[in-house]
Write a protein that binds this ligand. Structure first.
Ligand code: NAP
Ligand code: ZN
Length: 350
């Protein structure tokens, strides 16, 4: 199938229109016309080569919402016309303990990311959601509940699941005291989801500039990490902190904010971290942990949770030809929402 998307041709070049082919439909495949595509900071990291060399040309995008246009003969759960979604993975071995346990992100044989990785069968490079069409095996296709506005659902596929999974894993519920470091794409979904679970949520930001946005989405308040007195006053006041900071940083200032037995879960920075004070952990049985997206079953769960609780990501809708401007904003860290591309505008842009 011929299609068009936006691709990076090297780590330092702008994204440009790119014609390419999707694989022929296999018996268990679903072909999707992409309607909306979210822009994750991971797309920027990947394009920039922050996580290692990439197979350019690279079409990023793993927050995908669209409509089924064709199904293979063995597909059971989807039919032409259904509203569906695709997240950060498009395949896994389906056979190891982690896959059986619905945690395909930890597949022992390596899950297949939505873009920039070899397809398990043909070996061609997967290409993501900044495009008109995608072909994905049925097991990695999600259903978009009718109650969700499909134009606003895309960020749930990464920002949503990446924050929902640790909130669930650490049993956040009524009365939990949750801190969210960084009010961006992931951070703002962490706030909305934790509030819906009954938690009292504080945004921990570099300044108080985003206070209004934090409160509008349900946070109790904002704590400026640069305000030493406020940070000291907030010591031992959180059960769980989710750290979405996308760049190299140290958690030393944040760990003392945890109460005894509290956990700080890193979902943002990948790579070495400078300085690491052990005493705050030892002296309060505090933990520093990490978390990677979530399994397919849990991704369906967060879509259903958002529908049930009327949670929609804060989306700034843009045309695909504005993708390079959106990347510049993510780099500056000045957004408290998610950029989502209206992919129906792609033909006009190309
Ligand atoms: P984003 O929309 O750019 O938001 C990141 C936020 O972090 C910013 O809004 C900013 O919030 C804060 N920040 C930015 N630069 C900073 C700096 N130099 N120092 C301290 N804080 C800074 O990014 P995102 O899409 O939410 O992604 C966040 C990170 O999560 C990325 O690294 C991404 O690759 C990663 N990620 C991980 C997973 C996973 O499975 N673990 C999944 C998806 C994404 P304030 O202005 O409030 O400080
Ligand atoms: Zn992402």
């Amino acid at each position: 199938m011929k299609t068009i998307g936006y691709a990076a041709h090297s780590s330092d070049a702008n994204m440009v229109p790119y014609h390419f082919e999707r694989r022929d439909l296999r018996d268990n495949d679903v072909a999707i016309e992409i309607l909306y595509s979210g822009i994750c900071h991971s797309d920027l990291h990947t394009v920039n080569g922050d996580w290692g060399p990439q197979p350019y040309p690279l079409v990023p995008g793993h927050e995908i919402v669209g409509r089924v246009i064709e199904v293979g003969k063995d597909v059971k759960n989807y039919k032409v016309g259904d509203n569906v979604a695709v997240g950060c993975m498009v395949d896994s071995c389906q056979d190891c303990d982690q896959c059986h346990n619905h945690e395909e992100q930890f597949c022992r044989n390596g899950m297949t990311p939505t873009y920039g990785a070899p397809d398990r069968i043909s070996g061609y490079t997967t290409q993501g959601g900044y495009s008109k069409h995608i072909v994905v095996r049925e097991e990695f296709v999600l259903s978009v509940p009718d109650k969700l506005d499909i134009s606003k659902a895309a960020p749930i596929l990464c920002a949503g699941i990446t924050t929902y999974s640790p909130l669930r894993n650490w049993n956040v519920g009524k009365g939990s005291r949750v801190g969210v470091i960084g009010l961006g794409g992931l951070g703002h979904m962490a706030v909305k989801l934790a509030v819906a679970m009954g938690a009292e949520v504080t945004v921990i930001s570099r300044s108080t500039n985003k206070e209004d946005q934090a409160k509008e989405i349900g946070a109790k308040g904002i704590l400026a990490s640069t305000d030493e007195a406020a940070m000291e006053k907030a010591a031992s006041s959180f059960d769980l902190i989710i750290d979405t900071v996308p760049v190299k940083h140290t958690v030393d200032a944040y760990v003392p904010l945890l109460d005894v037995n509290g956990s700080l879960v890193i979902v943002g920075q990948v790579g070495p971290m400078d300085g690491f004070m052990t005493w705050p952990m030892i002296s309060g049985r505090r933990r520093v942990a990490g978390s990677l997206i979530g399994g397919i079953k849990e991704t369906q769960e967060v879509l259903d949770f958002c529908a049930e609780h009327n949670i929609h990501p804060e989306c700034k809708m843009i045309n695909p030809d504005e993708v390079n401007d959106a990347f510049a904003h993510l780099k500056d860290g000045d957004v408290a929402y998610r950029f989502v591309m209206d992919m129906s505008k792609l033909e006009n842009a190309a």
